[in-house]
Design a protein around this ligand. Structure first.
Ligand SMILES: [Zn+2]
Ligand SMILES: [Zn+2]
Length: 291
């Protein structure tokens, strides 16, 4: 069994950007209600707020000051702080893998601007933290949210130690072409229009590339706006997310001693996150409660 950490603070549920991140509280509570924290290898770590110094590793002081003026400041700090805590604990070997439940998005955040319920680049900020602490330098990011991760792509465009595999719906959104640049380590693939097609796309494009790249840890952005009752591709049932978790976890087990951080802002309705979130934890911790 794996030692799994869940990183969450009540601020992320209570102050979530809830027109998008509508299932945050329900997602966390369902882990509790299903009794998963009673398992000796599943631990809740209350997320701490990130510091401004930690955020300034990727964002400008001007942008930090802009976000400070909004109602999303606190939830952004706790969301990034959860990611930083998880990154440190997994890379130090104190836990094997982690789920970070954030109250805001992150992948549309650039150095000095952001959109779409994002303020700071939540996953992106894990990487400079790991490097600053000399805990790792080479990472893979898998992003299965509906939308193109323009912020992550922009921030890591020229960083050959970051493999970015992004599934995105290139037809319904218009992006600056410079935010979509592809290279050997920066790739975009289409979403599926059903559970089976999405799962086979991820199975085809992710594990082999990660094996070749040899990262020290994998970050998976488990966007849930692909759920059929959410606002994205509307293609998936809640049953798809635990199956995607199995694919990404297997890649981590094969390529980087299981080191994996899953980030979600629970951007699907509560009935979907209530089902999916505990099953993702079950997969990470190898509990086998639902199989
Ligand atoms: Zn999205
Ligand atoms: Zn993309």
């Amino acid at each position: 069994m794996k030692r799994t950490g869940v990183f969450y603070h009540d601020v992320c549920g209570k102050e979530a950007y809830n027109s998008l991140a509508m299932g945050v509280e329900e997602g966390f509570q369902s882990i509790k209600n299903e009794g998963l924290f009673n398992e000796p290898n599943v631990t809740w770590f209350e997320s701490k707020p990130a510091t401004e110094e930690e955020i300034a590793r990727l964002h400008s002081r001007e942008w930090i000051d802009e976000v400070r003026k909004t109602q999303w400041w606190r939830v952004s700090l706790y969301s990034v702080g959860g990611m930083i805590g998880a990154t440190e604990k997994v890379l130090k070997g104190e836990i094997d893998n982690a789920l970070v439940i954030a109250g805001v998005g992150g992948h549309h955040a650039h150095r000095d601007n952001a959109w779409g319920g994002c303020y700071f680049n939540v996953i992106g900020l894990g990487i400079p933290h790991a490097r600053a602490k000399s805990l790792g330098r080479r990472f893979a990011i898998v992003d299965t949210d509906t939308h193109h991760a323009d912020g992550v792509r922009d921030l890591y465009q020229n960083d050959e130690d970051v493999l970015h595999i992004c599934f995105c719906d290139s037809f319904s959104w218009v992006y600056d072409s410079e935010d979509r640049l592809e290279s050997k380590t920066k790739l975009c693939f289409p979403h599926g229009s059903s559970d089976e097609e999405e799962i086979s796309n991820v199975e085809r494009e992710v594990p082999e590339r990660i094996r070749e790249f040899k990262p020290e840890m994998i970050y998976w952005l488990c966007g849930m706006d692909t759920h059929r009752d959410s606002y994205g591709t509307a293609a998936l049932t809640e049953g798809a997310y635990p199956r995607l978790a199995e694919i990404v976890k297997r890649a981590a087990d094969d390529c980087c001693q299981g080191r994996l951080i899953v980030k979600t802002c629970c951007n699907a309705p509560p009935h979907a996150t209530r089902y999916a979130v505990p099953r993702i934890v079950d997969c990470l911790a190898e509990l086998g409660k639902y199989s």
